[in-house]
Ligand binder design. Structure first.
Ligand SMILES: NC(=O)CC[C@H](N)C(=O)O
Length: 366
């Protein structure tokens, strides 16, 4: 950690002082926090974090360095990092880089020496808001002016910034299981969980219409995770409506789950401070079993509206706050979850959902 002072300014005027780590500069976005004890590199490269300044709650971040293969996408997607002890020394033989060098290579501004427990308590009480961090100026008024230009997360479509530019295929091209994937910022390990189960995938940019998806002759559709506000993506909601009409198995994760709800007329809302961590308890209402899940979302599906919808059945609920974690369509092989069954990082309790999806495709293709 350098001795260069750094500043964190929240949109409500709250100021915290710390030390610079990584790149010297200024970065702004929505502040959020992740309570996971491990897996920081997968978290930083998860495209769903695009546009956000992330607080890592764990008191030491960086001790095992970084490894080129421990990623969920090709670059770091968070806008900036806030930590207590951000470490440049690491003790993993296989590591390729220190966290600090990795953040510098990825152009990421970070601030260390922040009392993250107090800060997270503050955000939990006040709610999500924008913030700015800087190690290049101490001029609070100048930072306030910059922060005022940063748009609110609500109403932002961010998928274009992280979706694939070109279509590409993955998995065994002779497989009978063919899945058309809509990429709104997909995590690599979601794709791996599908190809490891024998699927042949074609991954498409976010704006791809159903007509093009069908040219792959898929027997299932996958709707990915991604950043931003799902309600700000009318083009995607329309495509999902059309996909549902095909009658084939559909599986959605996180943003994909929210789009599936919106396509069924169920609204989403901005949460007070979001769920981000590796230990969120979820109850599967079909089996009666609970699972410990990985989560990363700041929006959620309206509980009252989904519960009164006659064509939808809530399958999973969050045991902490009873928010909606999963649903299925009553008369179609279509289902989705708000959390992350690939769980990278996190416990693998929920990976059965990928098996369920592949089995639904096999069943439907008989
Ligand atoms: N992981 C995700 O797909 C996140 C979905 C959405 N951007 C949210 O914050 O709720």
């Amino acid at each position: 950690m350098s001795a260069t002072p750094a500043i964190l300014l929240l949109a409500d005027g709250h100021v915290l002082h710390g030390k610079s780590f990584g790149k010297i500069g200024t970065a702004a976005g929505e502040i959020c926090f992740n309570t996971g004890m491990t897996g920081y590199q997968e978290v930083f490269t998860d495209p769903s974090y695009y546009g956000q300044i992330l607080i890592m709650n764990n008191v030491h971040i960086g001790n095992y360095g970084t490894k080129n293969t421990d990623v969920e996408s090709s670059s770091v997607k968070i806008k900036g990092l806030i930590g207590r002890n951000l470490e440049d020394k690491y003790s993993r033989m296989q590591a390729d880089d220190s966290l600090e060098d990795y953040l510098i290579k990825n152009d990421i501004v970070s601030i260390a020496d922040i009392d993250t427990r107090a800060l997270v308590t503050y955000i939990r009480n006040k709610g999500a808001m924008n913030c700015i961090i800087s190690s290049e100026t101490t001029d609070i008024e100048a930072l306030k002016a910059k922060l005022a230009e940063v748009p609110e997360m609500e109403g932002l479509d961010l998928a274009d910034a992280v979706t694939t530019r070109e279509e590409y295929e993955l998995g065994n091209p002779t497989s009978p299981i063919k899945i058309a994937v809509l990429d709104f910022g997909i995590k690599v390990n979601i794709l791996k969980n599908l190809t490891n189960r024998g699927a042949h995938l074609r991954v498409h940019p976010a704006h791809t219409p159903l007509k093009r998806l069908k040219e792959f002759s898929p027997n299932g559709y996958f709707l990915s995770n991604g950043p931003g506000d799902p309600a700000a993506m009318p083009y995607a909601i329309e495509t999902v409506k059309a996909i549902i009409q095909e009658g084939l198995p559909v599986f959605g994760i996180c943003l994909g789950h929210q789009l599936l709800a919106l396509a069924n007329g169920v609204p989403t809302y901005k949460m007070h401070h979001g769920h981000r961590g590796l230990n969120h308890p979820v109850k599967n209402k079909i089996t009666g079993l609970s699972e410990i899940s990985t989560q990363n979302h700041g929006f959620a599906v309206d509980a009252d509206k989904i519960n009164e919808h006659k064509d939808l059945e809530v399958t999973h609920v969050n045991l902490n706050d009873e928010s909606i974690e999963g649903f299925r369509m009553v008369n179609k092989p279509v289902f989705s979850v708000q959390y992350h069954p690939e769980a990278t990082p996190g416990p693998h309790d929920s990976r059965y959902l990928f098996d369920d999806f592949i089995n639904a495709i096999k069943e439907n293709s008989k």
